[in-house]
Design a protein around this ligand. Structure first.
Ligand SMILES: Nc1ncnc2c1ncn2[C@@H]1O[C@H](COP(=O)(O)OP(=O)(O)OP(=O)(O)O)[C@@H](O)[C@H]1O
Length: 358
């Protein structure tokens, strides 16, 4: 008997190969990692990286070609039909396009898994009432899905997925069909479910902002392999793999167009100029941008040009572009990014621009 908390998923050297006319497709290769119980675990990767394949091994919608998937310590490949049915009651799933039955009301959609599980009429009614209240749709019980907004449909999907009190919830691009505001409300609901009910949530998405918003840990897949895994604040703050950096590019605070043009234009010798410096914050060690200390470190007039700091799980990460007068020598930048007196995790000079203000 396992002593792990309920809702733990462990992948052990999981591989998945699909046959295809063009030869075998190695969708997953040698994935070994553990999703701790009661956490929110995100899986990202470009299209075809193997995200769906990995997610679907958790409830045995896909069987690994090699290796093992354990849920609460049990190798799910060993389950018989009955065991598999029981496993799927412990693992809810929600989908991008909700997968609701259009001919059934909200109430009937949510009741269905309970009816299939043989739950009695009264207990079903009580549970459906509870679930609709949980997802904020108590007044929509008799409505058909066609009359609901996307966000409401996903709430029905969540209520249905939670009907049998699962310990794990799999989310397959659950917010990808929703507008940003509705996405926020669904993410808030998922976070609430995770915190209040202790349900482990494994989600795949192509929206990096979703991971940043809710996930505790993130796995980056590239061509079926684990190329990076860690707490979101670390992976997003200081991505180590090129694939991660490429995925995160849309979230980075880049150099704005006008500044880029000024950097490209260069400076005229003898005319006033400014140096543009980039200060980066990765979330490590609780280091935060502190303008008083930054100013002291340079002992030069300093101007904030561009940038921003996000907070992920309480860790500050982001980049600031600052300008200092070009004619003064700079302090040792690498020393300013080292040790207890560091003012940023990395400081680099990205170029000079003409100073039109002098
Ligand atoms: N049933 C299948 N038969 C053959 N090849 C498959 C099958 N399912 C997936 N693949 C292939 O396996 C690889 C991984 O697919 P998978 O759907 O897991 O990736 P993904 O990261 O979820 O992609 P997407 O973001 O586009 O959904 C891809 O090359 C895909 O074409």
């Amino acid at each position: 008997m396992s002593t792990q908390a309920l809702g733990t998923v462990a992948f052990e050297q999981v591989g998945k190969t699909y046959p295809s006319a063009a030869g075998p497709v190695h969708a997953l290769q040698d994935i070994t990692l553990e999703v701790p119980a009661s956490t929110i675990f995100g899986i990202i990767g470009r299209s075809g990286a193997g995200k769906s394949s990995l997610l679907r091994t958790i409830n045995r919608l896909e069987r690994p070609t090699t290796g093992r998937v354990r849920v609460d310590g049990v190798d799910i490949a060993t389950l018989d039909e009955e065991g598999l049915v029981a496993l799927r009651r412990r693992i809810g799933m929600i989908f991008q396009h909700f997968n609701l039955l259009s001919a059934k009301t909200v109430w009937d959609n949510v009741a269905l898994p309970l009816q299939v599980a043989g739950v009695g009429r009264e207990a079903t009614a009580a549970r459906v009432g509870e679930l609709l209240a949980l997802v904020g749709l108590a007044d929509k019980a008799r409505v058909y899905p066609a009359r609901l907004s996307g966000g409401q449909k996903q709430r029905v999907g969540i209520a249905r997925a939670l009907a049998t009190r699962p310990e794990i919830l799999l989310c397959d691009e659950a917010t990808s069909a929703l507008d940003p505001e509705t996405t926020q409300s669904i993410l808030g609901l998922l976070r609430d479910i995770n915190r209040r009910l202790g349900i482990t949530i494994v989600l795949i998405t192509h929206e990096m902002s979703v991971i940043r918003e809710v996930a505790d840990q993130v796995l980056v897949l590239e061509q079926g392999r684990n190329v990076e895994l860690g707490p979101v604040w670390r992976v997003f703050g200081a991505p180590r793999d090129a694939a991660t950096r490429a995925l995160l590019a849309p979230l980075q605070h880049g150099v704005p167009d006008d500044l880029r043009r000024r950097l490209e234009a260069g400076v005229t010798p003898g005319r006033p100029s400014e140096r543009i410096l980039r200060l980066s914050y990765t979330g490590e060690g609780g280091l935060e941008p502190d303008f008083a200390r930054i100013g002291d470190a340079f002992s030069l007039p300093l101007r904030l040009v561009h940038g921003g700091v996000d907070r992920i799980q309480g860790h500050a990460h982001g980049r600031l572009l600052v300008a200092v007068p070009g004619e003064h020598p700079l302090p040792d930048l690498s020393a300013l990014a080292r040790g207890p007196g560091a003012i940023a995790h990395a400081i680099e000079e990205i170029g000079h621009v003409a100073d039109h203000t002098r």
